[in-house]
Design a protein around this ligand. Structure first.
Ligand SMILES: NC(=O)c1ccc[n+]([C@@H]2O[C@H](COP(=O)([O-])OP(=O)(O)OC[C@H]3O[C@@H](n4cnc5c(N)ncnc54)[C@H](O)[C@@H]3O)[C@@H](O)[C@H]2O)c1
Length: 365
C-alpha cells in the first residue's frame, strides 16, 4: 500500500528478489509450489519486530511472476506500517496466489496453501483479500490455526467493512478539523467515489451528519440504490476530480492521486478507504502538500479492517474494536500537525511515526 505502483516493464531489469524495486529488507520470502493442485504462491514477511506478520492472501491473475513478487513485497511492507501506526502488536506480511480466483481456485488448492501457512509456525498469519473469501479462511482453518477473518460461526468477528468505514469517517473528521478548524461535516460538499461495502457505510454516516454528498461508481444500479436509500446525489459529470468540493473520498481504486488528477483538483481534504491512493507516494504527496490539500494517509484511516481481525487474535470485544477505531481520529490529527510542523507530507509523517514505534521496540529487545 505505501510503496510506489511500479511500471511492470521495469521489474525484469532488476535482480529477481533482493534487488527488486520493492524489496525493503524483508525478513523472509517463501515460494510455495504444489504440482497436484496447481498452487503457485508467494508469502512475504516484511517485519516481525512488533509481532507476527499479518496480512491477507490475494489471489490474482498476475501477468508475470515479477508482478506477483513485486505485489507481495509492496503489500507486506505496507502491512508493517499499517499495524505499527495503528498501535497493534503485529508485523507486516502478505501472500499472493498466482491464478484466476474464478477459474483456478479449488478447495484442495486452498487447503494446500493453508499447509504452507502452517509450516511457518505462526510467523505469518493470513486473512482474506481480493480473490479470497471468508469461506476460504474457514477452510484453511481446518489445517492451520494461523488464519483470521473467519466467519462468525467459526469464532470470527464478521464483516470488517463497517469498521473500516467508521475509521475512514473518524480520519475524515480529523482531517476536516485540521483544514477547516471544525470536525463537523454538516454542509460540507463530499464526493464519495466507489459505493461498495465501505463507501455505502461512509455515505450513511456523513449523510446523517448533514454533509452534501455526491456519489460516483461504475455500477449504475448500485448508484440508484444508494441515492434512493440515503437521498444523496449521483455525480453526472465526466471529471469528478475537477469539481469544486470540500472533501474527496476515494473508496474504489488506488492511484487516483496522480500527475493528471492533482493539478485539476479543487478540494481541500482527501480522506478515503482505497489503498495506494498516491500513484507515487513521494512525488504526489508533495504535489498535494504544495496545493494546500490536506491528505489523510490511506493506510492509517482504512485500518479498521485490521483492527477487527486483530480482535480475533487478542480476543477483545466490539467495544475495544470501536475504541481502537475511534482513536484513528487522534492519530490522524497528530500526524497532520507533525507534518506541518516538520514540513513533511502527511504520508511521510505517518511513516516516520510508524517506524519510530518499530525502532523503539527493537531497542527494547
Ligand atoms: N473492505 C475493507 O474492510 C477494506 C479495508 C481496507 C481497505 N479497503 C479498500 O477500500 C476500497 C473499497 O473497499 P470495498 O470493500 O468497499 O470494495 P467493494 O468492491 O465492495 O467496492 C468498490 C466499489 O468501487 C466501484 N468502482 C470500481 N471501479 C470504479 C471506478 N473506476 N470509479 C468509481 N467506482 C468504481 C465498484 O463498482 C464498487 O461499488 C478498496 O480499495 C479496498 O482495497 C477496504
Amino acid at each position: 500500500m505505501t510503496t510506489e505502483i511500479i511500471d511492470k516493464n521495469e521489474l525484469h531489469k532488476m535482480d529477481p528478489v533482493f534487488g527488486q524495486l520493492s524489496f525493503d529488507n524483508h525478513e523472509q520470502i517463501v515460494f510455495c509450489n504444489d504440482k497436484d493442485t496447481g498452487l503457485k504462491a508467494i508469502i512475504g514477511i516484511h517485519n516481525t519486530v512488533l509481532g507476527p506478520s499479518l496480512g491477507g492472501t490475494r489471489m490474482w491473475n498476475y501477468s508475470s511472476e515479477w508482478e506477483a513478487l513485486n505485489d507481495v513485497l509492496r503489500l507486506s511492507r505496507g502491512m508493517t506500517y499499517k499495524s505499527a501506526i495503528t498501535g497493534l502488536n503485529l508485523g507486516g506480511g502478505k501472500a499472493v496466489i498466482i491464478g484466476d480466483s474464478k477459474k483456478d481456485k479449488s478447495p484442495e488448492l486452498i487447503l494446500k496453501f493453508g499447509e504452507f501457512v502452517n509450516s511457518l509456525g505462526g510467523k505469518y498469519i493470513t486473512a482474506e483479500d481480493v480473490g479470497t473469501t471468508t469461506e476460504d479462511m474457514d477452510l484453511m482453518h481446518t489445517v492451520t490455526a494461523h488464519v483470521t477473518g473467519l466467519s462468525e460461526a467459526k469464532g470470527g468477528k464478521g464483516n470488517p467493512s463497517p469498521i473500516t468505514a467508521h475509521g475512514v469517517y473518524m480520519g475524515m473528521k480529523a482531517a476536516a478539523k485540521h483544514a477547516f478548524g471544525s470536525d463537523m461535516l454538516d454542509g460540507k460538499v463530499i464526493y464519495v467515489q466507489g459505493i461498495g461495502h465501505v463507501g455505502e457505510v461512509l455515505v450513511e454516516k456523513i449523510t446523517k451528519e448533514g454533509a452534501k454528498v455526491f456519489i460516483s461508481d461504475i455500477n449504475k444500479d448500485r448508484l440508484e440504490e444508494i441515492r434512493d436509500k440515503y437521498g444523496v446525489k449521483i455525480y453526472e459529470g465526466d471529471n469528478l476530480y475537477a469539481e469544486k468540493m470540500d472533501i474527496y473520498a476515494p473508496c474504489a481504486l488506488g492511484a487516483t492521486l496522480n500527475d493528471t488528477t492533482i493539478p485539476e483538483m479543487n478540494t481541500k481534504v482527501i480522506a478515503g478507504a482505497a489503498n495506494n491512493q498516491l500513484a507515487e507516494e513521494k512525488k504526489h504527496g508533495k504535489m498535494l502538500r504544495d496545493k494546500g490539500i490536506v491528505y489523510a494517509p490511506d493506510f492509517l484511516i482504512n485500518a479498521g479492517g485490521i483492527i477487527n481481525v486483530y480482535a480475533e487474535l487478542e480476543n477483545y470485544d466490539r467495544e475495544e474494536i470501536m475504541r481502537k477505531t475511534d482513536n484513528i481520529y487522534n492519530t490522524t490529527l497528530e500526524i497532520l500537525k507533525h507534518a506541518d510542523r516538520d514540513g513533511l507530507t502527511s504520508l511521510q509523517a505517518a511513516m516516520n511515526m510508524a517506524q519510530a514505534r518499530i525502532d523503539a521496540r527493537k531497542n527494547e529487545k
